[in-house]
Design a protein around this ligand. Structure first.
Ligand SMILES: Nc1ncnc2c1ncn2[C@@H]1O[C@H](COP(=O)(O)OP(=O)(O)O)[C@@H](O)[C@H]1O
Ligand SMILES: [Mg+2]
Length: 259
């Protein structure tokens, strides 16, 4: 089930360093939201706080609220492991477990959440997840072979299959195509457009064509200089951010005039 996210006055710190400053925004369900902005402006940092993944980094902490359909993910008694099963993450480098079979890679997240499932339910889930990641036809005859034998683009779709196998509400993707060739990139972009029928998708991308191709809304982040915090500069419908932005900083960035 697809759910919306509302972020209220979120600050993120690494120790004393304020990396992300006072972000408030709503992320629509059943849509793709792109985060763009120069390197170091806090896109990954902010993305990780949406499923409490930053808590695995020593010294990282967040203040503020992240609501999933109105429920505070930072509320007392909320288990970050449960949060991460509701809000999955796909990373820059495809990271399947290399010695694990394709089948077991798909099931890895489900087993991590210690759900017990029968062999036949597992088979169904593997097939449905691989179908959902547009990978089934390519791997159905080698499900017991290691995930590391796949191409980079296939490995990334395997990671997406692993993410959707736990039936999340939201999928976060941090530059999911930056290690892929153009053909694999297009395959992932097609997949993202399909995923939004069922999930809320947030994608960080440094590729502005990609943001304009796949996203419904775009958020532009920026930093005033090294050591300064990242801020949300402008957020709106993707067509507007790229063709008619309100802020000069946004216009300079999307038109490639950035310093
Ligand atoms: N694990 C970390 N420990 C300390 N500082 C970090 C860590 N990760 C990122 N930062 C700092 O936080 C800021 C934002 O980084 P990041 O979120 O990676 O930006 P982006 O993804 O937009 O390139 C940068 O100044 C970066 O050096
Ligand atoms: Mg990043």
């Amino acid at each position: 089930m697809s759910k919306r996210i509302d972020v209220e006055h979120l600050n993120v710190y690494y120790g004393d360093f304020l990396a992300v400053d006072d972000i408030s925004m709503g992320i629509d369900a059943r849509s793709v939201t792109a985060f763009i902005g120069p390197s170091g402006c806090g896109k990954s940092t902010f993305l990780r706080t949406l499923n409490r993944m930053h808590e695995v980094i020593p010294g990282a902490r967040a203040e503020g609220k992240v609501l999933l359909d109105g429920e505070d993910l930072y509320g007392p008694g909320v288990d970050p492991v449960v949060v991460r099963s509701m809000i999955g993450m796909v990373f820059q480098r495809p990271n399947p477990f290399p010695t694990m079979s394709i089948r077991d890679n798909v099931l890895a997240g489900v087993k991590l959440n210690s759900q017990r499932i029968s062999r036949s339910d597992a088979d169904d889930l593997v097939e449905r997840s691989l179908q959902g990641a547009n990978l089934w036809n390519e791997v159905k005859d080698r499900l017991d072979k290691p995930g590391s034998g796949l191409s980079g683009g296939q490995q990334q779709r395997l990671c997406i299959a692993r993410a959707i196998a736990v039936k999340p509400d939201v999928i976060l993707m941090d530059e999911p195509c930056s290690a892929l060739d153009p053909i694999s990139t297009l395959a992932i972009e097609d997949l993202i457009s399909e995923l939004k029928e069922e999930y809320t998708v947030v994608i960080v991308t440094h590729n502005m064509q990609q943001a304009s191709r796949v996203s419904d809304k775009t958020a532009f982040f920026n930093i005033a200089g090294t050591g300064k915090p990242g801020k949300l500069i402008e957020y709106g419908p993707t067509s507007e951010i790229f063709s008619n932005p309100h802020e000069k900083q946004t216009e300079d960035y999307v038109s490639g005039r950035f310093g």
